[in-house]
Design a protein around this ligand. Structure first.
Ligand SMILES: *Cc1c(COP(=O)(O)O)cnc(C)c1O
Length: 227
């Protein structure tokens, strides 16, 4: 891995552009979310200085400690929640995040809808699908995903931007990305949040619109945390 953040960002950006080209997709059709979880604000700031404007965090508390000051100095920066959301954190999440990738149950959809109305905020919303049907993993089961998106719209009045998945670590990711794409088509949503450091190029070839890349940009995390 290259020595400094700006070289790492260049390497990942070029890899995405190459994957876009090979897949016959327009340059810039994939948004890179730089996942700064477990890394300090200075590391995120170094990437902002290198030109990165979209970041992801997986814990509301950690993001609250790190990002309000960064957002104040860099108002153009967009922050995405990519980790599980508890309903008692919905108020803080809607206030801080520009996108939430982990809408996965009725209760959280209702809580987000209520907070969006109260705060007059409209974060972009992705429904997380548990494509590997892993018991320990968040996300709605694939067979319920399309109906859940419909309920988000019809019952809760939420606009859903897309679907998100985290394939099981031991599986080939391709079939999971293909399943997510098929479900997105059925649910009539355009966004596909899929692909991490190990498989973002594969995800781009399967149509990812958002890739969530942490370690390839920031280095190895002290503790593995794939949640
Ligand atoms: C940590 C995390 C990522 C980034 O993982 P890397 O392998 O470090 O790129 C992506 N998505 C989610 C949901 C994560 O929790």
């Amino acid at each position: 891995m290259s020595a400094n953040p700006s070289e790492r960002l260049d390497a990942v950006t070029h890899a995405i552009e190459r994957a876009e080209r090979i897949a016959g997709r327009a340059k810039g059709s994939v948004t890179l979310i730089a996942v700064s979880k477990t890394f300090p604000a200075e590391d995120a700031e170094a990437l902002i200085a290198a030109g990165q404007a979209v970041f992801g965090e997986n814990r509301v508390q950690e993001a609250k400690a790190k990002w309000p000051a960064l957002k104040e100095t860099h108002p153009h920066v967009e922050l995405h929640l990519i980790g599980p959301l508890q309903s008692n954190k919905t108020k803080e999440a809607v206030a801080l995040f520009d996108a939430i990738h982990t809408v996965d149950r009725e209760k959280i959809a209702a809580a987000i809808a209520a907070e969006c109305a109260r705060q007059d905020r409209r974060p972009a919303l992705f429904v997380q699908v548990n494509t590997g049907e892993e018991p320990q993993k968040a996300g709605i089961p694939p067979r319920e995903a399309v109906a859940f998106v419909a309920r988000c719209r019809e019952v809760h009045g939420l606009a859903i931007a897309g679907l998100m998945c985290i394939p099981p670590v031991e599986d080939e990711p391709g079939p999971h990305f293909a399943l997510l794409k098929k479900l997105a088509r059925e649910a009539d949503v355009a966004g596909l949040s899929m692909g991490m450091s190990a498989d973002f190029e594969t995800a781009v070839s399967f149509g990812a619109t958002h890739v969530r890349v942490g370690s390839a940009l920031f280095g190895t995390r002290p503790k593995p945390d794939s949640a």
